[in-house]
Design a binder for this molecule. Structure first.
Ligand code: SF4
Length: 376
C-alpha cells in the first residue's frame, strides 16, 4: 500500500427502513436520540485515533446507512468533532437519500465544509423504487436534487440496473432523466442478491428471478455509451464523471492508498493491516466505553495477497496497472509473476498494453470478475 496521507471514512449505520436488496450494515432508526448518542461514541473513537488524524487526512467520506438523517444541530456537532482532530480536506463527501434531504440540512453540510454529495437516486421509476423497497419516490429525488443544486457543484447520483422487472426502456428513461440534471458524477451498480436480504428470501422462494445476464450486460453497455455521448468518462468499472470530477476519496481505494474507517463495521487499511470494526452496535459501544479500539477483526496481509489485491483494484480503473508504481510499492516487477496470465488475457482480447502498464479492454470489463479470480 501507499503510506502517508490517508482517507477517512465514517459509517453512519441508520436508515429510515431497510431496502429489499441491502447488504450494508445499518439498522432502522427507532428513536431520533440514537443519532446524537452515536456521535458521542464516534467522539470516543476519534480520541483513540487522534495521533493518526492530525494533518494526515486528505479526504473525508461520511457514508452509511443514511447520513442525511442527521438534523442540522447534529451535523454541526459532527463538524465540531471532525475539526477538533483534523483540518478541512480537499474533498469532503456526504452520502444522502432523497427522502431525508431538507434545505436546512444541506446548508449545515455546506457550513461544516462538505463539498460533494452522493445521492442514492437508484431509479427515476416509482414502480422500480417500490420494488427495491426504497423509502423515496422519483418526485422526492427531483425535489432533493433541486435543493442540492442550489448549494453544490459536485453531485453524484447512484443507480442500480439489472433489477427484475426493470426493462431496457425504464433504464433508458432513468439515465436520460438523470443527465438532464447535469450531475458531475454517476455510479451505476448491477443488482446483486446478498445473503440475509429480503430479495434473497424472495429469490429462494422463487418469488423473484435474476435478470438474464445478457440483458444486464446490455444495460451496462447502454449506460457506458450513453454517458460517454453526454461527456462522462468511465474512470472505474462502475463510476463515471465529467473530467476532473472523479471521486478523489474512492480513487484512493482503487489505487491502494491507506484509509481509516471509523464507526460501526467500518474498515481500515494501515501499514499493511486490514482492521474491521464490530458490526454490532452493542459491541462497538461496549468496546469504546472500556476505552478500547472497537476492532472485531484484523489481518496482516501477506505481500502476495497485497500484490493480488493491488492488481485487481488497479485494473478496475481506466488507467489500469502501472508497472513503475507496482515496483515502487512492492519492490518487484509484476511481470516476473503475472506475465503469462497477462499474455493469456491479451490473447483473449480482455486486456491491453498502455503506455505505463496494462488495463482491461471494454470486452474484459464485462468479464472482470472472472479475470480477477484468475489473477488471485
Ligand atoms: S438506504 Fe442504503 S444503507 Fe439504507 S437500507 Fe437502503 S440501501 Fe441499505
Amino acid at each position: 500500500m501507499k503510506k502517508g496521507k490517508k482517507r477517512l471514512y465514517i459509517h453512519i449505520p441508520f436508515c429510515i427502513k431497510r431496502c429489499n436488496y441491502c447488504g450494508f450494515v445499518s439498522s432502522v432508526l427507532k428513536d431520533k436520540r440514537e443519532l446524537s448518542n452515536y456521535i458521542d461514541y464516534l467522539s470516543l473513537e476519534f480520541e483513540l485515533y487522534k495521533d493518526r488524524l492530525k494533518d494526515n487526512i486528505i479526504t473525508i467520506y461520511i457514508g452509511g446507512g443514511t447520513p442525511s438523517l442527521f438534523e442540522p444541530y447534529e451535523i454541526y456537532t459532527l463538524g465540531e468533532l471532525l475539526f477538533k482532530y483534523l483540518s478541512l480536506p480537499g474533498e469532503f463527501t456526504i452520502e444522502a437519500n432523497p427522502e431525508s434531504i431538507t434545505r436546512d440540512k444541506v446548508l449545515a453540510w455546506r457550513d461544516i465544509g462538505v463539498n460533494r454529495v452522493s445521492l442514492g437516486v437508484q431509479s427515476f421509476d416509482d414502480e422500480v423504487l417500490s420494488f427495491l423497497g426504497r423509502p423515496h419516490t422519483a418526485g422526492d429525488a427531483v425535489d432533493a436534487i433541486s435543493i442540492l443544486k442550489d448549494y453544490f457543484d459536485n453531485i453524484s447520483f447512484d443507480f442500480i440496473y439489472g433489477i427484475p422487472n426493470q426493462d431496457m426502456s425504464i433504464w433508458h428513461k432513468t439515465l436520460k432523466r438523470a443527465i438532464a440534471f447535469g450531475p458531475q458524477h454517476l455510479s451505476l451498480y448491477a443488482l446483486s442478491i446478498e445473503n440475509g436480504t429480503t430479495f434473497c428470501k424472495w429469490y429462494k422462494r422463487g418469488k423473484i428471478h435474476m435478470m438474464d445476464e445478457d440483458l444486464v450486460v446490455d444495460m451496462y453497455e447502454f449506460g457506458v455509451h450513453f454517458l460517454k455521448e453526454n461527456g462522462y468518462k468511465r474512470y472505474e468499472i462502475s463510476n463515471f464523471s465529467f473530467p476532473g470530477k472523479e471521486s478523489i476519496h474512492n480513487m484512493g481505494y482503487w489505487t491502494y492508498d491507506e484509509y481509516l474507517g471509523l464507526g460501526v463495521s467500518a474498515s481500515s487499511f494501515v501499514e499493511g493491516i486490514r482492521y474491521i470494526n464490530y458490526s454490532s452496535m452493542t459491541d462497538y459501544f461496549k468496546s469504546l466505553k472500556n476505552g478500547a479500539y472497537p476492532i472485531a477483526y484484523s489481518e496482516k496481509l501477506s505481500k502476495e495477497k497485497m500484490m493480488g489485491e493491488y492488481i485487481i483494484l488497479r485494473l478496475r480503473t481506466n488507467r489500469g496497472l502501472l508497472i513503475d508504481e507496482f515496483i515502487d510499492i512492492f519492490g518487484i516487477d509484476p511481470l516476473s509473476i503475472y506475465k503469462d496470465k497477462f499474455a493469456y488475457f491479451i490473447d483473449l482480447g480482455f486486456m491491453e498494453h498502455t503506455e505505463y502498464g496494462y488495463r482491461l479492454t471494454d470486452k474484459g470489463i464485462l468479464v472482470s470478475n472472472q479475470i480477477f479470480v484468475e489473477i488471485i
